[in-house]
Each structure stands twice: as structure tokens, then as C-alpha cells.
Design a protein around this ligand. Structure first.
Ligand code: ME8
Length: 512
């Protein structure tokens, strides 16, 4: 990824049949962390999210709510916009599939598939799950249900088909070309074996309901909601205008972030549609795992859905963002528990990170007249800690390049731990009277380390990290990775610093 200056990252677009839950917040957050990281690393970033508003599932939800689909989607889409804000995420665009720019793109893409000879009219007779918005072969059913557990219904209707069967070899070549086209490796293996098992043509239009984009030239059909939805990644770049600066800069996408349940759509159907339309397939699809709640599968019927708005209100935004990115190796399933959430907030943030900042900056305030101290000559221990802080940029960049935000945080918090041990060992509070020269070297080293840590935690905990950088009087333009490392900037002795304030409060058990 590092070879390219531009970075286009997308979240899935969310069905507006329901309110946002932790799964939606998690995917959007992971994209945000990637986007913020790449921006701070000097890349040109475009981060897209939005809502998926057509199809039978949304139509049914609107009917159940007693509303017209358009009015219903207008309303529910707003809740997702709100989630984007409440999670502190920073998309450059928010697309809705009911927008004119999207409909235009979908019709244009359809025409390309027709021109390529990959669309033909037939009849679909088989199983369909409205909940999954997916077709299933008889052989895939488990006890009369979809493999996801969703109910299925028998559908028999005229349908256009996409000649997916013709794409097997070209898809395999696409996975082969770069092992990172589908990640993690377990998902890649799943996709490759699915494609090797042989592909059947895909039904790409429906005639039994109306809530969708009509097939150009045959308005009895609406375009299959997944062909419609996937196209959002192009619509937001102004497709079918492929000559624009926006399109040429950002296509193909660098990273489609998805949940593990929707890999097949993104890594099999989507690259086949794109290649058929003469467009490059995405560089990478990364599938994250699923959250359970206190060990239980999350479901509406169990009443244990986790509401991201409530989570943030209870534990704090930076705390929730940190927890979600740190607790579970990204790509694996994970469990949300209140005990684990509190432990991360209190142990990692309040005790380790918060305490480091608080005690160092209070000492600077007390013993150095509230100004960045002059380091004078550094000792070996100082150089050692600084070397660890300087080493963070390449190691964190490496972790983010493999979409491993948990590893990035591990590396950063390893330095937080080292810095705390360094402060304990140097005991600067005892140096104030005895050796003020040494005191200044120690506090400067600690402040420099904190500057590195806080700049690197900006993508994960934007608010708290910015407050820490404020307390170090780091200017806005200096808050980027180019200012870090041995060749970067450094804190200038004599700079006045504001009075320190704690940034990570200890959360009470009662909060649980
Ligand atoms: O799939 N833990 O929309 P959606 C983690 N519209 N992630 C979870 C989760 C959980 N418990 N439950 C759901 C769609 N998710 C389509 C996408 S893209 C062109 C169209 C994730 O609203 C799930 O894996 O059902 C998926 O990535 C997203 O939340 C849900 O999306």
C-alpha cells in the first residue's frame, strides 16, 4: 500500500431497516482509524460511508413502520449520520443509494455489463433470504434455512442473470496476483475455495417488488440490491465519469472494510462486475469478525443489541474507540463485556497512559516554571527511551499496512509502559533539589516520548490525544508523523505550557 499516495477506504453501506448497532459502529470506526492514520502519514485520503436503502428488506421495514419507503429511509439514514458523528468518525462523503448520483452510476454500470455480453434474461427458480438479501442453492440450506440461520422463501420469477460462471479463472488470477486482495488469510482461503468449487450465474434483477433502481430498458425489473449497493463505491467518485480527477486519483479502492458475513459479495461478485465493466477490482477487501455480548450472540430477539450511542455516553468516546480497536485482534471474533471495557479504560488509559502524562506534566509545571525544559546532555537511559519512541513510526505503519490496529496499539502502549518504568527509575521528583540539570534531561525525554505517543494515538483517540498535544503546546501543523522520529521536529526548550489537566478519568464500577 505504501507505494501509492492516495488512499481510498470504504465502509459497507448500512441497511436502513434498523437502528445502528455495535457492528455498524465497529466497521465505521475501523475505517476511520485507517483514514486518520493515513492522513497523518501524509497520504491523500478519501473515506466513504453511507446507507443502503433499496431492496425487499428495507421495503418491508418501511411497510411495517407504516411509512412510504422514501420517507422511512430519509428518517433512518439520519440515525446513521448521527452514529458517524457520535463515534467521532471523519468520512469525506456519505452516500445514500436513493440519491440521483448513485442511480445514474448503477444504470451506467448495468449498461456496461450488458455491452460486455455478461447479462441475459432468464427465470430464477430457487431460494431467497430477504434478511440476507441473498440467493441460496438448495445444497447450501441447513435445516431448511440459510447457512446464516435466516429464513428463506421460494422465488420463481423472470430475472436477468450475470454470467458469473465465465469469471472463475479471472477471479482466481486476481486472488493469485496479490495475497492481500482478500484478508485475513482464513477469509481468503474461504473465497478461493468457493470460487474453485465452480460458479453459477447470478440473478441480478427482481420483478416481485418495486423498491429499487429499474433495469434500464425493462422497467418491470428492479436491479438486485447487492449490485445496486456495491456500486456506491463508484458512485461516490462520480462514476460513470472515469476521467475526473476524483476517479483517477482514488479508483481502485485501497481498502473495502467489511464484516465477515459479506466477503463473498465484495470479493467474488464485485470484482467480477468491475472487471466485466472494464474497471480495476479493489486492491484489498478486509473482513473483520463479529462481536458477542457477554459471551452471547447478539440478536434482537435476545434483546442484547449493543447501542453505540449508549456505549459512548456511558464510557466516553475515546475509551470506547480504544477498547474496540485494542481488545480483539482485528479480523477475529470478539466479546464485549462491561468488565473488560472498564479494565481497558482504567488500567490502560487512566493508570498507564493518563498517569504518565499527568505526573510528567505536573512536574514540568512545578519544577520547570511550566516551560519545556532544556535537556542539556542526554544520558544512555534517555537515548534508549527516545529510540523506542522514534522506532514507533515504522512499526506502527507496518501494523496499519496489514490492517492490524490492535498491533499498532500494542506497540504504542509498550512504549507507554517503558516510559512509566523510566520515570519510576529516574525518580525526577527526587532530582528537583539534588540535580536540576539531570531533572531537566529526564523531563524533556519524557515529554518527547509523550509527544510521540500522543501523535500516534491521534487516529485512535482523537480527543484525548489532541488534549495531550495541547498540553505540550504542539502546533497544529506539527501534529503529523513527519514531525516524529530522529529526523523530525522536537519540543523547543523554553516554550510555555498550559496547566496540565487529566485526560483519562477513572471510571467507576457503577458505570457498568
Ligand atoms: O450488510 N459484530 O448491511 P448491514 C460485528 N447493506 N459486526 C457486525 C455485527 C456484529 N455483531 N453484526 C453486523 C449490509 N455486523 C449491506 C452492506 S455494502 C455494499 C452493503 C456488521 O446493515 C456486518 O458484518 O447488515 C456488516 O459489515 C455490517 O455490520 C452490517 O451491515
Amino acid at each position: 500500500m505504501a507505494a501509492r499516495d492516495a488512499f481510498y477506504v470504504t465502509s459497507p453501506i448500512y441497511y436502513v431497516n434498523d437502528s445502528p448497532h455495535i457492528g455498524h459502529a465497529y466497521t465505521t470506526l475501523a475505517c476511520d482509524v485507517m483514514a486518520r492514520f493515513m492522513r497523518l502519514d501524509g497520504r491523500r485520503v478519501r473515506f466513504l460511508t453511507g446507507t443502503d436503502e433499496h431492496g425487499q428488506k428495507v421495503e418491508k421495514a418501511a411497510r411495517e413502520a407504516g411509512k412510504e419507503p422514501q420517507a422511512f429511509t430519509d428518517e433512518v439514514s439520519q440515525r446513521f449520520r448521527r452514529m458517524v458523528e457520535v463515534m467521532g468518525t471523519s468520512p469525506d462523503d456519505f452516500i445514500r443509494t436513493t440519491e440521483a448520483r448513485h442511480k445514474r452510476a448503477v444504470s451506467a454500470l448495468w449498461q456496461k455489463l450488458v455491452d460486455a455480453g455478461d447479462i441475459y434474461l432468464g427465470t430464477y427458480a430457487g431460494w431467497y433470504s430477504v434478511r440476507d438479501e441473498a440467493f441460496y442453492a438448495e445444497s447450501e440450506l441447513v435445516d431448511g434455512k440459510a447457512p446464516t440461520g435466516a429464513p428463506v422463501e421460494w422465488v420463481e420469477e423472470p430475472s436477468y442473470f450475470f454470467r458469473l460462471s465465465a469469471w472463475q479463472e479471472r477471479l482466481l488470477a486476481y486472488y493469485e496476483r496479490d495475497p492481500q486482495t482478500v484478508m485475513p488469510a482464513s477469509r481468503r482461503n474461504e473465497v478461493v475455495s468457493f470460487v474453485k468449487g465452480g460458479l453459477t450465474d447470478l440473478s441480478v434483477s427482481r420483478t416481485s417488488f418495486r423498491w429499487g433502481i429499474p433495469v434500464p430498458g425493462d422497467e418491470r425489473h428492479v436491479i438486485y440490491v447487492w449490485l445496486d449497493a456495491l456500486t456506491n463505491y463508484l458512485s461516490a467518485l462520480g462514476y460513470p465519469d472515469t476521467e475526473s480527477e476524483l476517479f483517477t486519483t482514488f479508483w481502485p479502492a485501497d481498502l473495502h472494510m467489511v464484516g465477515k458475513d459479506i466477503v463473498r459479495f465484495h470479493s467474488v461478485y464485485w470484482p467480477a462486475f468491475l472487471m466485466s465493466a472494464g474497471l480495476a477490482p479493489p486492491r484489498r477487501v478486509f473482513a473483520h469478525g463479529w462481536w458477542t455480548n457477554e459471551g452471547q450472540k447478539i440478536s434482537k430477539s435476545l434483546g442484547n443489541v449493543i447501542d453505540p450511542f449508549e456505549l459512548v455516553a456511558r464510557y466516553g468516546l475515546d475509551q470506547v474507540r480504544y477498547f474496540l480497536m485494542r481488545e480483539v485482534p482485528f479480523g477475529q471474533d470478539g466479546d464485549f463485556s462491561r468488565a473488560a471495557m472498564l479494565k481497558r479504560a482504567n488500567h490502560d488509559l487512566a493508570n498507564d497512559y493518563g498517569n504518565l502524562v499527568q505526573r510528567v506534566l505536573s512536574l514540568v509545571q512545578r519544577s520547570c516554571e511550566g516551560r519545556v525544559p532544556d535537556p542539556g546532555t542526554l544520558a544512555a537511559e534517555d537515548d534508549e527511551l527516545l529510540a523506542a519512541a522514534h522506532g514507533l513510526v515504522p512499526s506502527v505503519r507496518g501494523a496499519m499496512d496489514e490492517v492490524a490496529p490492535h498491533k499498532a496499539l500494542e506497540a504504542i502502549f509498550d512504549v507507554v509502559g517503558r516510559a512509566n518504568r523510566y520515570v519510576d527509575a529516574q525518580a525526577p521528583w527526587a532530582l528537583a533539589k539534588r540535580d536540576p540539570v539531570r531533572l531537566r534531561a529526564v523531563l524533556w525525554t519524557a515529554c518527547e516520548t509523550i509527544r510521540h505517543v500522543a501523535t500516534l494515538t491521534l487516529p485512535f483517540m482523537p480527543t484525548a490525544s489532541a488534549k495531550i498535544l495541547d498540553q505540550l503546546a504542539v502546533s497544529e501543523p506539527a501534529r503529523r508523523f513527519a514531525s516524529l522520529g530522529p529526523d523530525g521536529a522536537h519540543l523547543v526548550p523554553g516554550t510555555p505550557l498550559p496547566r496540565p489537566e487529566g485526560v483519562f478519568p477513572r471510571l467507576q464500577e457503577a458505570a457498568a
